[in-house]
Design a protein around this ligand. Structure first.
Ligand code: NI
Length: 159
């Protein structure tokens, strides 16, 4: 496993559309592992492949709760229900947060790390995180969705 460099706001790769993964092979599994390790290092709850410079439809999510981290290949949100007002940040925008409206519940279809079809019902923070990461695959960044005027810079805590 390896830590990969996180592309920051202003890097044009973040605005590109990612390609569908044709085969979930060892290279994709390695990418998923590296993305998890990278996300954990920076205490993120989600990371999309374009954020590490790879234009493939691959995301990882970890809410640091009792459930296993999610590794999603070719995720597609097939249902959205309700609305929630949330605060959101992004590892490509360090220390910046904004408010936005996300669906309260979603259903997402994807492939897992073994290339098997999975379907996940998510609500609350998990629904928010999946929507955020799927947006990345289409070059959409959280600041595109924010309620205008809500972007805040929060001073990082000293270690
Ligand atoms: Ni992000």
């Amino acid at each position: 496993m390896a830590i990969r460099e996180i592309r920051q706001n202003g890097d044009e790769i973040l605005r590109k559309k990612s390609r569908v993964v044709e085969v979930v092979d060892d290279k994709i599994r390695e990418l998923l592992e590296d993305m998890l390790e990278t996300m954990h290092k920076y205490n993120g709850v989600g990371l999309a492949a374009p954020q590490v410079g790879i234009l493939k439809r691959v995301v990882v999510i970890d809410l640091y709760d009792e459930s296993e981290p999610l590794k999603l290949v070719n995720p597609v949100i097939i249902k959205e229900k309700g609305k929630q007002e949330v605060e959101e940040g992004c590892l490509s925008f360090p220390n910046q947060y904004a408010k936005m409206i996300r669906p309260e519940e979603i259903v997402v279809e994807a492939l897992n790390e073994n290339g098997e079809k999975i379907k996940i019902k998510a609500k609350g923070l998990l629904a928010q995180a999946i929507c955020h990461e799927v947006d990345h695959l289409d070059g959409i960044l959280f600041v595109d969705n924010m309620i205008p005027g809500t972007l805040e810079y929060v001073e990082p805590k000293e270690d």
